[in-house]
Ligand binder design. Sequence first.
Ligand code: NIG
Ligand code: FE
Length: 403
Amino acid sequence: MTEMAHPGAAARAAAMTSTVVENIGLLLTHDLERPEITDAAIVFEAGRVVWWGSTAEAPAADTRVDAAGRCVLPGFVDSHSHIMFAGDRSDEFEARMAGRPYEAGGIRRTVALSREATDEQLLANATSLVGEMRRQGTTTVEIKSGYGLSVHDEARMLRLASTLTEETTFLGAHIVPEEFAHDHDAYVRLVTGEMLEACAPHSRWIDVFCDTGAFSEEETRVIIAAGKARGLGIRLHGAQLQESGAVQLAVELGAASVDHCTYLSAADVDALAGSDTVAGLLPGVEFSTHQPYVDARRLLDAGVTVALASDCNPGSSFTSSLPFCIALAVRDMGMTPAEAVTAATLGGAHSLRREDVGHLRLGARANAQILDAPHYRHLAYRPGVPLLHRVIVDGQIEAAECF
Ligand code: NIG
Ligand code: FE
């Protein structure tokens, strides 16, 4: 079925049949010639998009679905999450709302609780969060490790994550764990040695939290070089807590994405604009830390490719909702509804270097959503309202309530 979970035999058989969704009020394809089509129909077959055009010209198919004027758009691509964890840190959120700053050190609380959790507990929590995401239109999700920070725990968390998605990221360099507090160098050696060896088979990407209280730029270079040599793609957490060299380092290293970008210099924006590195914006973090929202307009006007992602994690952003992120991006970050929806679909796909998702061009994976609304701008116009009518995963139509 999807890259978010493995299919059963019945699901595979269903994906081989064709489905036409007709009477679509507005179809968002992101096709270069016909990006938006009104009074549209779309046909899925064998899990792919095979036709779109006007309802009047729609071909026959095994299954017909009447969208009754609703909007259809690609499934969201959430390119940044940390959903493999155990425990709760809502007390930190409450303290931040009362004026306390966010501190990277809180990660260690989740590490302690996650190490104690069984595989079953970790997988149940992550599966439930994937279900939450699906109920809000997300059909592709990236999942990072980073709450294990030992060879055994990082490897098991990535092995569990790889049962839920193809987009797994090794984040052993999330923070230096308690037991290495007095010997960062030894921890960097562990991450680049035995831990990387154990984790690489379950990972597509490597990531480093390059910021105050986490890893320095020099340490980041060493860790990324090791991951690259082991064949992993590069992602970075950068400029979350302060302006730093992390964004330009990401560009220099050829990272697919540098995420957060909360504090950007003019030189950072220029570097991003002249590169293939996507700026991953995570407004759920700004919402739950009282940090300033990113001026996405400045990035878009400079020509930077932008992705919107949830950063779903128990510390800085415990939301699984891309509609919520879209609403914040439109309300507070200077993005139009079209730009915000594009960043949560096509932008996420660029961030993950995926060509098969994030759009509904002919040949794309048939991952889409039918909104209970005539236009995708309702995602921002109606914040907090569950607007998903149906989600389509590899051509199979599922009711939003079935996850
Ligand atoms: O992306 N910045 C690093 N990691 C997460 C926060 C993790 C936590 O606080 O538990 C983030 O915001
Ligand atoms: Fe993150």
